[in-house]
Write a protein that binds this ligand. Structure first.
Ligand SMILES: [Zn+2]
Length: 100
């Protein structure tokens, strides 16, 4: 028998976004309760590897994703109306390395 547990996360559980350099593994944690300035992430602050190039749409997409999560989380936490539903994100199931 296979048992599969689904996992869900509320938007309010999201604390920030992590950017990890593919070259040196340096990580930057950007909290969601602060303003993001994506133009500062064009290069790795440690090894200076290019993270984005001018004109790429990933910069705007990062800003928009963070803004969208903020707006949705605020709306769902009493942002002027009462939602008749709850909104959660389904995430991958936790993997277990046990070979029992
Ligand atoms: Zn780096």
């Amino acid at each position: 028998m296979t048992i599969q547990a689904k996992r869900f996360m509320e938007l309010s559980d999201i604390l920030g976004m992590r950017l990890r350099c593919n070259e040196c593994s340096t990580e930057i944690l950007v909290p969601f309760d602060r303003e993001i300035r994506v133009k500062k992430f064009r290069t790795c602050p440690h090894c200076n590897a290019a993270w984005t190039t001018n004109g790429t749409s990933i910069e705007n997409a990062i800003e928009e994703a963070m803004q969208t999560v903020r707006v949705l989380a605020n709306l769902l936490q009493g942002g002027g109306f009462r939602a008749g539903f709850s909104l959660t994100l389904e995430i991958k199931p936790e993997t277990c390395d046990d070979k029992d």
